[in-house]
Design a protein around this ligand. Structure first.
Ligand code: COA
Length: 196
């Protein structure tokens, strides 16, 4: 059997299962529940997207993510609760560079699910995919300096803080400083990927 390349993983978007979550490609019927996340200005505050204005906009975003994935481009999964199937957020790749086997990841969770360890559990599963199966060299993540909760998630998953990038992004009318975190393939430890 031929070995899967990184782009094959983007296209296949394998389903990832954790204790409480399923990370899977979004479906049109997720739009209603996912809109509680993607339509919330508080969730969108420190991320580069603007909140969806309707369930229909969320549905077309899901279609867009799936189109990107089918084309072998970096894209995102829906994070769903295993017990109810409810889509509560997204996680995935925001960029990928072939020459350095480096990906950037990002995630968002609906506000009623914050502080239950959901993002930590989802990111940990994604990092396992990145290093154990996709054989990436480096995975990066960025967060706004005023969004420390996201940095806690990165730290819990074993990523290392590498510095603060001044005015790296222009977000919602303002230049923003962001913190850069990364994990290398040599840092990755399967059993220690969740540190709580
Ligand atoms: C950031 C976000 C993904 C965290 O998701 P989550 O499921 O609540 O994350 P977890 O429960 O796994 O961990 C959150 C950690 O941040 C901490 N935290 C929460 N609010 C905080 C705050 N205002 N200041 C500092 N730490 C905070 C929690 O205590 C927890 O750390 P702990 O386990 O050491 O106590 C979620 O808040 C979110 O979706 N925010 C909006 C979108 C976003 O910012 N995405 C990230 C872009 S880089």
């Amino acid at each position: 059997m031929t070995e899967m390349g990184v782009r094959d993983y983007f296209a296949a978007m394998p389903m990832l299962t954790t204790a409480r979550l399923v990370l899977r490609p979004g479906q049109a019927r997720d739009a209603e529940s996912l809109f509680r996340c993607t339509g919330d200005p508080e969730v969108a505050r420190y991320v580069l997207w603007t909140p969806h204005r309707s369930v229909a906009e969320c549905r077309s975003h899901i279609r867009y993510l799936n189109r990107k994935a089918r084309g072998g481009e970096p894209s995102s999964w829906v994070i769903a609760l295993r017990d109810t199937g409810r889509a509560i957020g997204t996680i995935g790749f925001t960029s990928y560079a072939d020459e350095t086997r480096t990906a950037e990841v990002g995630y968002s969770i609906a506000r009623d699910q914050w502080n239950r360890g959901i993002a930590t559990e989802a990111l940990s599963a994604l990092l396992s995919l990145c290093f154990e199966r996709m054989k990436l060299h480096r995975v990066e993540a960025l967060h706004d300096v005023e969004n420390p909760a996201s940095g806690h998630v990165m730290q819990h998953c074993g990523m290392r803080y590498e510095g603060t990038l001044r005015q790296k992004v222009f977000n919602k009318g303002q230049w923003r400083d962001v913190c850069l975190w990364a994990m290398l393939d040599t840092d990755y430890r399967p059993s220690a990927s969740i540190r709580r």
